[in-house]
Design a protein around this ligand. Structure first.
Ligand code: SF4
Length: 420
C-alpha cells in the first residue's frame, strides 16, 4: 500500500470522525510496563480536553466510513455521495505507533461506520486495540467506540484493551431516533452500555480479591448526544443524561451542537447556526448535576423546559429561588454553599476550612479568590458593606448582566430561534 493511499485514507477517515466529540481521555492511569511504548497519563498538548482541563492529543479516525445505515444526521450515512475508504487493522496499528513515536499523539480514538454488521465492525476495532496492547506493547490511551448491537463477548474483550468505551446515543429521544434513524433500535444502545457497566463492576470487585485481575475500561464509559437535530427540549436531553449517569455509571455525557451539513426536511435547514451557547449551557448543567448536588428536576421542569441562554443555569436557579437566599457564609452547610452563584467547589472547601478559625468578611472572601460580584447578591458575611437585600430577581439579573463579558452573550438572540 502506497504512502499516498494511506494519506488519502487518513484524510477521509479523520475528517469523517471530527463530528464525534466524545473523545475526552479522562480518568485513566495506564503506566508503562514491560518496556512498552508510552504512558497514557500526564503528557501532551492539543485536540482533546480531560475532565480536569488537561489537554491531550489523540489520533481520531474511523476504521471505515462505509456504513449500512442511513441516519439522516450523519455524513457517513449510506445514501450520502462521498468518497469512501477503509483502513486495514494493521494500517491503524502502524499509524498509531508511528504518530506516537513522533510524539504527535498520546493515544487513539477509534470509531467506525457499520460495515456488514455490528459484530464484524466491532471485531475489527477490538483487533486494533488488541494488537496495539499485546504485540506493540502500547500503553498510550485507547478510546474505542462500541458499535450498537455488538455481542456481549466482543464488548467484554473491548474493555480489556481500551481505556474508555463509548456508545453514542446520538439522538436524545426515542421519537427523534425513530424519525432520523428508523433502522436503529434504541435498545441496541442500551445493551452494550449495560454490559460495560456490569463488567467494570465485576472486574473491580475481582481485583480486590485477585491482584492480577486485568483492568477493564479503567476510564469508564461515555456517550454523546447531538443537540438541536430534532426539536427536543433541554429537559428531555438532561433527563436522558441523568438516566444514563444513574443506570450505567457513565463517566461523561457529551453534548454536540448539530452542525447542519445535510439538506433533509427532517433536519434544521443548511446554514442554521450551530447551537454553541445551548451546548455550553448543557455542559454547565451537567456539571451541576455531577459535582454540585443538583437534581435535574430543579433546573428544568415543565414550566422551564429549556435552559436560560442569557445566564448560567446555577444563577438561573438562584434567581428563581430567591427565598433560599441570602445564605450566611459563616454558617451555611456545604450543600447550600454550593448553590451560591459565583462560588465553586474549590471555593466552598476553602470557605469551610477558613471559617473554622475566624468569621469571614468580604476581604477574607476576596483573599480566598471568591468572585463576590455575583455572590454578593446571595450571601451575608461578617460585614455590613453590601446589604441590598430588597432587590428583585430581575434587578439582580440586570446588574449581573451589565457586568458580564461572556463571549457567548452576543450569540443569545439568534440561538433562540433555531426551531423558530
Ligand atoms: S450508523 Fe453511525 S456511522 Fe452509520 S450512518 Fe448511522 S451514525 Fe453514521
Amino acid at each position: 500500500m502506497s504512502f499516498d493511499r494511506i494519506k488519502e485514507k487518513l484524510n477521509i477517515l479523520a475528517d469523517a470522525a471530527k463530528y464525534d466529540v466524545s473523545c475526552s481521555s479522562s480518568g485513566s492511569k495506564r503506566t508503562n510496563k514491560e518496556k512498552g511504548l508510552g504512558n497514557s497519563s500526564g503528557m501532551g498538548i492539543c485536540h482533546s480536553y480531560t475532565e480536569d482541563g488537561r489537554c491531550v492529543s489523540l489520533l481520531k479516525i474511523l476504521m471505515t466510513n462505509h456504513c449500512i445505515f442511513d441516519c439522516a444526521y450523519c455524513v457517513t450515512r449510506r445514501s450520502n455521495d462521498i468518497k469512501r475508504a477503509a483502513f486495514k487493522i494493521q494500517e491503524v496499528v502502524d499509524l498509531t505507533i508511528n504518530f506516537y513515536r513522533r510524539n504527535y499523539i498520546e493515544g487513539l480514538f477509534l470509531s467506525s461506520g457499520i460495515f456488514k454488521d455490528a459484530d464484524y465492525t466491532m471485531e475489527r476495532l477490538v483487533a486494533v486495540a488488541k494488537k496495539l496492547r499485546l504485540e506493540e506493547k502500547f500503553n498510550g490511551y485507547i478510546h474505542l467506540k462500541s458499535i450498537p448491537g455488538a455481542s456481549d463477548e466482543l464488548m467484554r474483550e473491548a474493555g480489556l484493551y481500551a481505556d474508555r468505551l463509548s456508545v453514542n446515543i446520538e439522538i436524545p429521544t426515542v421519537s427523534g431516533l425513530k424519525l432520523l434513524a428508523p433502522e436503529k433500535d434504541h435498545k441496541d444502545f442500551l445493551k452494550p452500555m449495560a454490559k460495560v457497566k456490569n463488567e467494570i463492576i465485576q472486574y473491580k470487585s475481582e481485583k480486590k480479591i485477585i491482584k492480577s485481575t486485568p483492568k477493564y475500561a479503567p476510564a469508564g464509559q461515555s456517550t454523546q448526544m447531538i443537540v438541536g437535530a430534532t426539536g427536543e427540549t433541554d429537559q428531555q436531553i438532561l433527563l436522558t443524561s441523568a438516566y444514563f449517569y444513574k443506570e450505567f455509571n457513565l463517566k461523561r455525557v457529551y453534548y454536540s451542537g448539530y452542525v447542519p451539513v445535510i439538506a433533509d426536511e427532517r433536519l434544521p435547514k443548511l446554514g442554521t447556526q450551530v447551537p454553541m451557547l445551548r451546548e455550553n449551557r448543557l455542559y454547565q448543567t451537567d456539571w451541576l448535576m455531577r459535582f454540585y448536588g443538583f437534581d435535574v428536576r430543579e433546573i428544568v421542569d415543565k414550566n422551564n423546559p429549556n435552559l436560560d441562554l442569557e445566564v448560567d443555569p446555577k444563577l438561573a436557579w438562584a434567581l428563581r429561588n430567591l427565598h433560599e437566599f441570602p445564605v450566611d457564609i459563616n454558617k451555611a452547610d456545604k450543600f447550600m454553599l454550593l448553590r451560591v452563584p459565583g462560588i465553586g467547589v474549590k471555593s466552598v472547601s476553602k470557605i469551610i476550612q477558613a471559617r473554622r478559625f475566624r468569621k469571614l468578611n468580604w476581604q477574607h472572601l476576596a483573599k480566598l479568590g471568591i468572585a463576590s460580584n455575583r455572590a454578593k447578591y446571595f450571601i451575608t458575611c461578617e460585614s455590613s458593606e453590601f446589604e441590598k437585600r430588597d432587590l428583585t430577581a430581575e434587578q439582580i439579573r440586570g446588574f449581573i448582566l451589565q457586568n458580564s463579558s461572556s463571549k457567548f452573550r452576543k450569540l443569545v438572540s439568534p440561538q433562540l430561534n433555531v426551531f423558530g
